[in-house]
Design a protein around this ligand. Structure first.
Ligand SMILES: C[S@@+](CC[C@H](N)C(=O)[O-])C[C@H]1O[C@@H](n2cnc3c(N)ncnc32)[C@H](O)[C@@H]1O
Length: 233
C-alpha cells in the first residue's frame, strides 16, 4: 500500500513529478518507435544482453519488448508516477520478467553489485545529479558489469551548440521534464570511472534537418574489474 504523510494525510511526492510532460512523452515516444526509428535503436541497444539487468528511468517501458530472452530479470527504476504506471502495463506484455520499482537514479533502491548490466536510454539528459547517479550505477553493477547507453547530448557546429546551451538555460528543462540538450554523456561515463567500450554517433531522425536533440550516442561501457578512478566513492 502506498505510504501517506502522517501530518497531512496526502500522498508523498515522487522524486520526479512531471505529469504533463509524462503524458506528452507517453504519446510521442510510441510514435517515435516507427516514425523516428527508435524501435531499431532499442533493438541494437539491448542485443546480446544476459543475466540480471537494471534499467534506469524506464519511462513508459518501451525498452521492455526489446530485451532478448537471455535476460533473466529486469529491475526497471522509474520515479515519475504516470510513466511508472504505463511501465507496469508494458512489463505485463514483456517476454522477460520485469519488475517496475519507484526510485531515483541518485539513490537506487537495490543492493550493491547485484546486476550484470545497466541500461541508460535517454535518461542522463533528465537526471538532476548525473555524477551521483553514475556512482550509483557503478555501485549496483558487479565488477566487469556492462552499461548499455543510448543518450542525446551536445553536438553539431558552433551555432547548434550555442542554441543547445541557451535552451538548457531557458525554456527546455521546464518544458521537457527536466531534460537538457547540451550534456556530454560519454564524458560523464568516463568521469564516473567507467571503461568506454565501442560507441558511435547516431542522428535522430536519421534523415532530415538536425534538431537540438538529434545528436545521440549509442554504445557500451564497463565497470572495471578492479579499482578505477571512482572506486570507493
Ligand atoms: C526521456 S524519458 C526516457 C524514458 C525511457 N528511458 C525511454 O528510453 O523511453 C526520461 C526518463 O528519465 C526519468 N528520470 C528523470 N529523472 C530521473 C532520476 N533522477 N532518476 C531516474 N529516472 C529519472 C523520467 O521520469 C523519464 O522516465
Amino acid at each position: 500500500m502506498p505510504l501517506r504523510s502522517a501530518r497531512s494525510g496526502k500522498m508523498p511526492r515522487d522524486a520526479v513529478h512531471h505529469p504533463l510532460f509524462a503524458r506528452y512523452y507517453a504519446r510521442v515516444s510510441v510514435s517515435a518507435e516507427t516514425r523516428m526509428g527508435m524501435g531499431g535503436v532499442r533493438d541494437r541497444l539491448l542485443a546480446g544482453l544476459s543475466g540480471r539487468v537494471i534499467e534506469i528511468g524506464a519511462g513508459n517501458g518501451l525498452n521492455f519488448a526489446h530485451y532478448p530472452r537471455t535476460v533473466s530479470e529486469v529491475v526497471a527504476i522509474e520515479p515519475e508516477r504516470v510513466l511508472r504506471q504505463l511501465a507496469v502495463e508494458a512489463a505485463l506484455r514483456a517476454d522477460v520478467p520485469v519488475d517496475v520499482v519507484p526510485g531515483a537514479a541518485e539513490a537506487l533502491p537495490v543492493k550493491s553489485e547485484a546486476f550484470d548490466a545497466a541500461v541508460l536510454s535517454i535518461v542522463l539528459c533528465s537526471i538532476r545529479d548525473v555524477p551521483r547517479a553514475l556512482g550509483e550505477v557503478r555501485r549496483v553493477l558487479r565488477p566487469g558489469g556492462e552499461v548499455r547507453f543510448f543518450e542525446h547530448g551536445r553536438g553539431g557546429g558552433r551555432m547548434m551548440t550555442l542554441t543547445q546551451r541557451v535552451l538548457d538555460r531557458t525554456v527546455w528543462p521546464p518544458l521537457s521534464g527536466g531534460c537538457h540538450v547540451a550534456r556530454e554523456p560519454v564524458a560523464a561515463l568516463r568521469d564516473a570511472g567507467f571503461e568506454l567500450g565501442p560507441y558511435r554517433q547516431v542522428s535522430l531522425p536519421e534523415k532530415g534537418p538536425r534538431l537540438p536533440v538529434s545528436y545521440c550516442v549509442l554504445g557500451t561501457a564497463w565497470r572495471p574489474e578492479l579499482g578505477g578512478p571512482a572506486a570507493g566513492k
